[in-house]
Design a protein around this ligand. Structure first.
Ligand code: PLP
Length: 262
């Protein structure tokens, strides 16, 4: 396990920023710190949003994103990478090229489609590059139900039945998150080289921003600390359940912010 002189392992989060601090890079860095690794960040897009709407998205130019990636790798032995919102075709390609060149390992891809308020955060063209060039590099891809449908090109239907074909598209493993489903229980399904594992939780009576960001970052932290994939996913599930149970209310009272210090 690569570590710094002080013994801290470093994880790089490549993602967008959410000025509300509930999702994106702010949540990633909070989670990485809570999971005992040093968080590095490469910001791909800057969003202006609340829980209710996204007002503006500034996509960082690909050259600037590539410079951040290079600086992070120059400065630290990067033990794992989490990828969230990238915002453009150019950024998705720059990340794919960079990771191939670095022969990066332990890549957790959260294929972000939309903000919790509903607005699309990445266009169809960026999404295609993500699916065709980044997904095959990923150790694990962590779609929710709408994102899985999108990756599979399904208009409707249940992506749980097509999990194997998602994994066959080249990633090491898929963690399909069930939070967007219905019912009193939420089931996340992991499909890896050894088979299938289900994580079942009681559905909480409140929603929280950034759950996908937090889960993928916590898994990356576990991989960086030397856990195998199943142990890293189980560890991250436990962490997210505590963060959800202790989530605190936003000023607007409509949703909650995950608590990473509980
Ligand atoms: N990345 C950014 C910058 C966001 O603003 C959001 C949601 O608003 C997300 C990612 C996705 O968040 P989640 O973890 O809820 O999928």
């Amino acid at each position: 396990m690569p570590s710094t002189a002080e013994g801290r392992t470093a994880v790089l989060a490549i993602a967008g920023s959410d000025c509300g601090g509930g999702a994106g890079i702010a949540m990633d860095l909070k989670v990485l710190s809570a999971r005992h690794v040093h968080g590095l960040c490469a910001i791909a897009a800057v969003t202006a949003q609340t829980n209710a709407w996204v007002r503006a998205i500034h996509v960082v130019p690909a050259a600037q994103l590539a410079a951040q990636l290079q600086a992070a790798f120059d400065a630290w032995p990067v033990a794992a990478i989490k990828i969230g919102m990238l915002g453009s075709v150019a950024n998705a390609r720059a990340v794919a090229r960079f990771l191939v060149r670095q022969r990066a390992v332990h890549i957790v891809l959260d294929p972000v489609l939309a903000a919790s308020s509903g607005r699309r955060l990445q266009g169809a063209d960026a999404w295609r590059v993500l699916r065709d060039e980044l997904l095959p590099l990923a150790t694990l891809v962590t779609p929710n139900l709408p994102e899985a449908r999108h990756l599979l090109g399904m208009d409707r239907g249940d992506p749980r039945r097509a999990l194997a074909s998602l994994r066959e598209s080249g990633c090491g493993a898929v963690l399909l998150k069930g939070g967007h489903g219905t019912g009193r229980r939420v089931t996340d399904i992991l499909l890896d080289a050894h088979g299938r594992v289900e994580y079942v939780h009681q559905r909480l009576p409140w929603g929280a921003r950034g759950t996908g960001c937090a889960l993928s970052s916590a898994i990356a932290a576990g991989l960086a600390r030397g856990l195998d994939l199943r142990a890293a996913v189980a560890d991250a599930q436990t962490f997210l359940q505590a963060a959800l149970a202790n989530a605190f209310a936003c000023a607007d009272g409509t949703t909650r912010i995950l608590s990473t210090t509980a």
